[in-house]
Design a protein around this ligand. Structure first.
Ligand code: C2E
Ligand code: CA
Ligand code: CA
Ligand code: CA
Length: 276
């Protein structure tokens, strides 16, 4: 709240009005996006660092807006979380990713799907996962769910039970953005994650800052002793690859290897990309 020059009292600054208006527009637009098929998934490849094998893809959502062009998830996912529309969008993502992955020519490749904490509904999330697998015919071992530690902050017991049920179907669970939260480490003892994704902020500073190098090396060592697969995300330079390889990182994902795109585009990409 602030006083304007003419001593009338106003609650909102013009910027807030513009923000609120934009939010409203996105909110209404999202309903149409679902209805008129404007959402799509792009896939970013993940390679094994040891042998260059393409192991799978992370599904990343995009909104193809009819007039505003392609809208990134950071713009609309938080709003979908606030309005509850994340339920419908999340279910669409899960079904769509499983259906597309089931059609890939290489049946060993996995698909990783992001799920936001707001999507988790006790007793329902595991059914949605089971239904998506059943409807697509995708083998559960090919599906991976990426969650962030913020999911585990509240309602721990119910969430852990849900994760355990999903895992018992044969689906793997990855902790995304590892190291960015307050207590990433403590959550590792609460749930047996299959994979840890080192946040791209750490990878960005790799080779530039000795303490970052030490942290990344420690996370990779931790992964080895816990028998958890470690993925580095946001890999952009050859120098980062050299350091990650020396530290024994398992998987790499980033612009150096491929931007999020259709799987068709990745399949026809230059073969030397895989052997990097
Ligand atoms: P995230 O899960 O941490 O995904 C990684 C983000 O880093 C993606 O942004 C990806 O395009 C970007 N990225 C990949 N490689 C590089 C690189 O080498 N350098 C840099 N600077 N960035 C790279 P994107 O696609 O815009 O997604 C942003 C976030 O939106 C995701 O972060 C995830 O939290 C969320 N998101 C995306 N798709 C979904 C979805 O289907 N459902 C939910 N709930 N959230 C999603
Ligand atoms: Ca992710
Ligand atoms: Ca991430
Ligand atoms: Ca993130």
């Amino acid at each position: 709240a602030k006083h304007s020059g003419r001593s009338t009292f106003s609650w909102y600054t013009p910027e807030l009005d513009a923000d609120a208006q934009k939010r409203k527009e996105i909110e209404l637009g999202l309903e149409k996006a679902l209805k008129y098929d404007q959402l799509k998934l792009l896939y970013q490849p993940q390679y094994s660092l040891k042998d260059g094998v393409l192991k799978g893809y992370e599904a990343l959502i995009r909104w193809e807006h009819p007039t505003r062009g392609i809208i990134r998830p950071d713009v609309f996912i938080p709003i979908a979380e606030d309005t509850g529309m994340i339920q419908e969008i999340g279910t669409w993502v899960l079904n769509h990713a499983c259906r597309e992955a089931a059609m890939w020519s290489d049946t060993a490749r996995r698909v990783a799907v992001n799920m936001s904490p707001a999507q988790f509904v006790a007793g329902e999330t595991q059914n949605r996962v089971a239904q998506a697998l059943h409807a697509s015919g995708l083998h559960p071992s090919r599906l991976e769910i990426e969650i962030t530690e913020s999911l585990l902050i509240s309602n721990t017991d119910a969430v852990i039970e849900t994760l355990q049920q999903i895992r018992s179907m044969g689906v793997s669970i990855a902790m995304d953005d590892f190291g960015t939260g307050y207590s990433s480490l403590s959550y590792l003892s609460l749930f047996p994650f299959d994979k840890i994704k080192i946040d791209k902020a750490f990878i960005h500073n790799l080779g530039k800052d000795p303490s970052t190098d030490a942290i990344v090396t420690s996370i990779i060592g931790l992964g080895r002793s816990l028998d958890v697969t470690i993925t580095a995300e946001g890999v952009e330079t050859e120098n980062q690859v050299v350091l990650l390889r020396a530290a024994g990182c398992d998987l790499v994902q980033g612009y150096l290897y491929g931007k999020p795109d259709s799987v068709d585009v990745h399949e026809t990409a230059e073969p030397e990309m895989a052997a990097r």
